[in-house]
Design a protein around this ligand. Structure first.
Ligand code: NAD
Length: 361
C-alpha cells in the first residue's frame, strides 16, 4: 500500500493544483494497492464546518484525468450540500477507478485502510457502483464510514431518503412554478432507475404522477415496468414532452446539446453535478425558461441520513430535516428571482456564506 501526494505525479500537477486553488480544495490523495488492484482518489474540498463527508463512487473512467475531474467536482459539491442543509460537515468524495463487477472484498479492505489513514478528516459512504455490503467491508478497516447496514449500528441505504428529499425539492419547485405542489397527472421523466430512481418512482406513483423512465440498463427498466405503470423512453429523452425532468443517473446531462431540446418546465433530480458547466448552463436554462432546482440542494436527503448516524440515528429527525428541503427550495427560487441571478448561484451564495464565515461550525 502506498500513499503519495499529488506533487509526486509528474505532468498533471500544474493543472490539478491550479484547479484546486481556484475551487479552494484542501487536499487530494492518490491511493494504489497492487495486490488488490485498487486505484482510488480521495479529494477533500473543505473542512471548515466539520470532517469532509462524501460517498465513494466506483466507475470505469476512461482516463485518470476524467476520474480526477469527477472527484474534484463531486467533493466541492459535498461542501455546499452540507452547508446549505445546515449540517456541520465539510465536503469530500472518493472515486475507485474500475468496473464495479471487478470489485473484491480485498479491494474494499484496502480502500478502508486508505480512509483510515486520513485520521477522520474524510468520512466515506456509498455512491454509484457501491453497496451497503461494501460499506461493511470498509468498516472492517476504519470507523470513518457511514451508511453501514442496520445490524452494524448504521442507517442503511441512504437512497430511500435521497429520493424523499428529491421529491420535496420537486414539489417545492412545482409550488413556485405552478402555484400548487400537486404532481397528480404531471408527466415526470426519471433518467436512471437505480437506487434513488426506483425509490423516486415509488413516491411519484403515490403522487399519481405520469411516470416516464429511461436507463442504459434494460434489465432494470424491465424490473420497474413489472411493478409500476411507467412509460419507457429509449431514444433521445431530452426532447420528451414532459413537465419535469429528473436526472437520477450521472452528471453533466445539462449541456449545450441537451438544453435547447428540453420541453420540460422544471428540472429536479438527484444526480450530482447535473450542469456540465455550472456558470454557463445555469444561465442557459434560465434563458430557455426552464426552472432548475439545484442538485446539491435537493439531493441532500442521503447526507442528512448518514449525518444522523454520526449523531445517534433518529428516523423521525431525519424525515423532518429532509422535509425542510421543500421550504429551502422555495426560498432559493424566490432569492433567484429577487436578486435576478440563476437558481444555482442563489443556492451557492447561501452555502458559501456559511462555509466561509469564520467560526460558523
Ligand atoms: P445507481 O448506480 O444505483 O443508479 C444509477 C442508474 O443510472 C443505473 O441504473 C445506471 O444504469 C443508470 N445510468 C447510468 N448512465 C446512464 C445514462 N447515460 N442514461 C440513463 N441511465 C444511466 O446510483 P444511485 O445511488 O441511484 O445515484 C444516482 C445519482 O444520484 C448519482 O448521480 C449519485 O451521485 C446521486 N446521488 C445519490 C445519492 C444516494 O443516496 N444514493 C445521494 C445523493 C446523490
Amino acid at each position: 500500500m502506498k500513499i503519495c501526494n499529488i506533487q509526486e505525479i509528474p505532468g498533471i500537477e500544474k493543472n490539478v493544483l491550479e484547479y484546486m486553488q481556484e475551487k479552494q480544495h484542501e487536499k487530494v490523495v492518490f491511493c494504489s494497492d497492487e495486490s488488490s488492484n485498487l486505484k482510488a482518489i480521495i479529494a477533500i474540498h473543505n473542512t471548515n464546518l466539520g470532517p469532509a463527508l462524501g460517498g465513494t463512487r466506483m466507475w470505469n473512467y476512461s482516463s485518470i484525468s476524467e476520474a480526477i475531474q469527477d472527484v474534484l467536482r463531486l467533493s466541492r459539491g459535498m461542501t455546499y450540500k452540507a452547508a446549505i442543509t445546515g449540517l456541520n460537515l465539510g465536503g469530500g468524495k472518493a472515486v475507485i477507478i474500475g468496473d464495479s463487477k471487478d470489485k473484491t472484498p480485498e479491494m474494499m479492505n484496502a480502500f478502508g485502510k486508505f480512509v483510515e489513514s486520513q485520521c477522520g478528516q474524510y468520512i466515506t459512504a456509498e455512491d454509484v457502483g457501491m453497496t451497503t455490503k461494501d460499506m461493511e467491508l470498509i468498516f472492517q478497516e476504519t470507523n470513518h464510514v457511514v451508511g453501514k447496514p442496520f445490524e452494524l449500528g448504521g442507517s442503511g441505504d441512504p437512497s430511500v431518503i435521497t429520493a424523499y428529499g428529491t421529491l420535496m425539492g420537486m414539489k417545492g419547485s412545482a409550488k413556485y412554478k405552478w402555484g400548487h405542489d400537486s404532481l397528480k397527472d404531471k408527466k415526470v421523466l426519471i433518467q436512471g432507475v437505480g437506487n434513488v430512481g426506483k425509490n423516486l418512482i415509488k413516491l411519484l406513483n403515490d403522487e399519481e404522477a405520469i411516470i416516464y423512465v429511461n436507463d442504459v440498463n434494460e434489465d432494470k427498466v424491465k424490473e420497474i415496468a413489472k411493478n409500476y405503470n411507467v412509460n419507457i423512453l429509449s431514444d433521445n429523452i431530452y426532447n420528451a414532452e414532459v413537465d419535469i425532468y429528473a436526472p437520477c443517473a450521472l452528471g453533466g446531462t445539462l449541456n449545450d446539446e441537451t438544453i435547447p431540446q428540453l420541453k420540460c418546465s422544471i428540472i429536479a433530480g438527484a444526480a450530482n453535478n447535473q450542469l456540465a458547466q455550472e456558470y454557463i448552463h445555469d444561465e442557459m436554462l434560465a434563458r430557455y425558461n426552464v426552472l432548475y432546482a439545484p442538485d446539491f440542494l435537493i439531493n441532500a436527503g442521503g447526507l442528512i441520513n448518514v449525518y444522523s448516524e454520526l449523531k445517534g440515528y433518529s428516523h423521525d429527525q431525519v424525515m423532518l430535516k429532509t422535509e425542510k428541503i421543500y421550504n429551502t427550495t422555495i426560498e432559493i427560487l424566490n432569492k433567484s428571482e429577487k436578486d435576478n441571478i440563476s437558481t444555482q448561484k442563489a443556492a451557492l451564495q447561501i452555502a458559501k456564506e456559511r462555509v466561509f464565515q469564520k467560526n460558523s461550525a
